[in-house]
Design a protein around this ligand. Structure first.
Ligand SMILES: Cc1cc2nc3c(=O)[nH]c(=O)nc-3n(C[C@H](O)[C@H](O)[C@H](O)COP(=O)(O)O)c2cc1C
Length: 183
């Protein structure tokens, strides 16, 4: 089923904290209408090689889900002061599918100092594909979670704010994109 909102959990770790935040955002979007959930653990993907990898069947499946959405929220682990390789690989593989999407990030990190790590990928989405990046990143270290969910009240508030902003922006940005690029 197509939905305006796609929430992608990019961690491959079974005990992922970014997945807990992505799930919280997904639940809020579901309460407000509908959203689609995508867990990268469920899709085997090749490493992007700029060539034959684009022909892998799962690449087109995921690209279409991104194309169908007006807004994509990404739950991402911070690895080596960047998003993890699985998230970046997804973006490399699906490139233009991100054109003029509203994009938000929920970042899980090990420490408090890597909060700008998502900027490289955010800049790339913005400059390469005119994605509109929601300037409300959610960023949390391990102290904000219990075994199954987000426990920190401030992080929960920030997830609420991210979702509200996503809902506010998704429709108008998609309308504007349609006007700018009539079929
Ligand atoms: C390979 C690797 C690199 C990491 N690099 C960073 C980093 O640069 N900054 C940081 O704050 N945490 C770093 N961490 C810690 C992770 O961000 C942390 O474990 C986070 O919970 C991962 O997200 P996840 O739980 O959703 O998988 C790293 C972890 C791994 C495994």
């Amino acid at each position: 089923m197509k939905s305006d909102y796609l929430v992608i959990s990019c961690s491959l770790n079974p005990e992922s904290n970014s997945r807990k935040m992505a799930k919280a955002a997904f639940d809020l979007l579901q309460q407000r209408g509908s959203a689609e959930w995508l867990d990268l653990r469920d899709y085997e993907l090749p490493i992007c090689d700029g060539g034959p990898a684009y022909g892998h069947g799962n690449v087109e499946i995921l690209a279409q889900k991104i194309r169908d959405a007006k807004c994509v929220l990404m739950g991402v682990p911070i690895y080596n002061f960047d998003v993890n390789a699985a998230a970046k690989n997804l973006i490399e593989l699906t490139g233009r599918a991100w054109t003029e999407k509203v994009v938000g990030f929920l970042c899980a990190a090990g420490g408090k100092s890597s909060y700008m790590s998502v900027m490289g990928v955010a800049n790339s989405l913005m400059l390469d594909f005119r994605s509109l990046i929601i300037p409300r990143f959610v960023y949390a270290d391990g102290s904000s979670f219990d075994a199954t969910s987000v426990s920190d009240a401030l992080v929960k508030t920030r997830i609420d704010e991210l979702v509200e902003t996503a809902i506010t922006l998704a429709g108008p940005v998609a309308e504007q994109a349609k006007k700018a690029n009539p079929a």
